[in-house]
Write a new protein. Structure first.
Length: 152
């Protein structure tokens, strides 16, 4: 049974979750955001497009990190991912979450990109900033991680 101020989350043990001690209502909302993002990353890595798109709004904005630009809407995200996965094999694992004052969530991600033969093209940590609306992903952007204070 949870005590006052504790959040129920499904984060991996290796994930650092930075949450201040807050009332249950706020903790539950923040935990739900993180659970949603974990589900999105898991679906992406499993190439489960239906599950990944199910956590996005109908007008989602998504970066075309591999090709440049931005796509809008789940159908365009799907088309971009299919194109991407025909050329490279990216895996993205969330390492840490930072809940920002404006309601956005900054995720520190370990990203490994391989070519289709398995050779590593990139192995780095990147930032993903999410805007959530009505419990769904409305936008994602790739961003710089803060120089300090964001876990290891």
């Amino acid at each position: 049974m949870r005590r006052q101020g504790e959040a129920k989350t499904t984060v991996k043990s290796s994930t650092f979750l930075y949450l201040a001690l807050m009332p249950d209502r706020l903790m539950t909302n923040q935990a739900k955001k993180i659970e949603l993002l974990h589900a999105a990353y898991a679906a992406f890595n499993a190439r489960d497009i239906d599950a990944a798109l199910a956590v996005m709004t109908a007008d989602v904005h998504w970066p075309r990190a591999f090709k440049g630009g931005v796509v809008h809407g789940p159908e365009s995200v799907c088309a971009y991912w299919m194109e991407q996965w025909n050329e490279i094999n990216p895996q993205v694992e969330p390492v840490a979450f930072h809940l920002e004052e404006d309601g956005q969530v900054l995720v520190k991600v370990h990203q490994v990109v391989r070519d289709l033969a398995g050779a590593v093209l990139a192995d780095e940590q990147v930032g993903h900033r999410f805007t959530l609306e009505h419990g769904l992903i409305q936008a994602m952007e790739i961003c710089q991680l803060p120089a300090s204070g964001f876990g290891t």
